[in-house]
Design a protein around this ligand. Structure first.
Ligand code: GLN
Length: 268
């Protein structure tokens, strides 16, 4: 279950009921780079942070089979700066939020958008990345605009902001929605021609297109569904973690590390 990925250790619990019950919760990721016994780990607590599986460039498995991304690196750098330990569990977006709500995780970092509805349930950190939503179809295919979706089926990822946009406009454009748990399953459904389009966060789709996913953007929503990403905990729980995240994030911005992390994955 536990495997070594990149220079840090982490455990992936995707699909493991035993793990979700806490039975298989092994392995730990020290944000302080193996500084066991140092003051960095004196507080004792290892926070469980849940994340998505495939949401490049925020979290994904690279060609070297390492779990990497902006969220992964940001959290590592912030934990290092603030001296807390954590374990990162790659569950999927909806599953990560469910883990948070059922107390199986202390926090979520998953390109998670701050929305007014979510702010009622969760406490968010300061935002760390601006985002909005888009729809994408097969590049070179018949579907080239939102109007072309009339009478067709589109792919959405359960519980996401882009799905909320699709739900808000489905009657206007006359399409129906099929739901998937992961972004890659959604893209595949468009690539194979089952779905006419998929709905996704713009920075993620734009990155996927540069990586050759064979899709093209046919529409964007840059106002109502433009929501920045932040780190989340349950309301009123782990306030010290949000504080450390915010302080660490500010420090990374001051030191230039934040920009370096972004530049690792995205061109300026
Ligand atoms: N930003 C989107 C949301 O919070 C999608 C997140 C994701 O799919 N990991 O709903």
């Amino acid at each position: 279950m536990s495997n070594t990925v990149s220079r840090r250790q982490f455990v992936t619990l995707a699909g493991s009921a035993a793990s979700l019950l806490g039975l298989g919760l092994v392995g730990c990721n020290s944000g302080s780079n193996d500084a066991a016994g140092s003051d960095a780990s004196d507080s004792g607590k290892t926070y469980v942070v849940a994340t998505d599986t495939t949401f490049a460039p925020f979290e994904f498995t690279n060609d070297q089979n390492e779990f990497v991304g902006i969220d992964v690196d940001l959290l590592a750098a912030i934990a290092d700066d603030q001296g807390f330990s954590y374990e990162l569990n790659s569950l999927g977006f909806d599953a990560a939020v469910a883990a948070l709500e059922s107390n199986q995780a202390d926090a979520v970092i998953a390109g998670m958008s701050i929305t007014p509805e979510r702010e009622e349930k969760y406490d968010f950190s300061d935002p760390y990345y601006e985002s909005y939503v888009c729809a994408a179809a097969k590049d070179g295919g018949d579907v080239t605009s939102m109007e072309d979706l009339s009478g067709k089926t589109v792919a959405c990822k359960t519980g996401t902001q882009s799905a909320s946009w699709a739900e808000a406009v489905k009657d206007e454009y006359g399409f129906t929605i099929t739901y998937f748990d992961t972004s890659d399953m959604m893209y595949q459904d468009v690539q194979t021609g089952n779905s006419a389009a998929c709905f996704e966060d713009y920075p993620v789709m734009a990155y996927g297109i540069t990586q050759g996913n064979g899709l093209t953007i046919i529409g964007t929503e840059e106002e109502e569904f433009a929501t920045p990403y932040a780190f989340a905990v349950m309301k009123g729980k782990n306030p010290e973690l949000i504080e450390m995240f915010n302080t660490g994030l500010a420090n990374l911005k001051d030191s230039g590390t934040y920009d370096e992390i972004i530049a690792t994955y995205l061109e300026a």
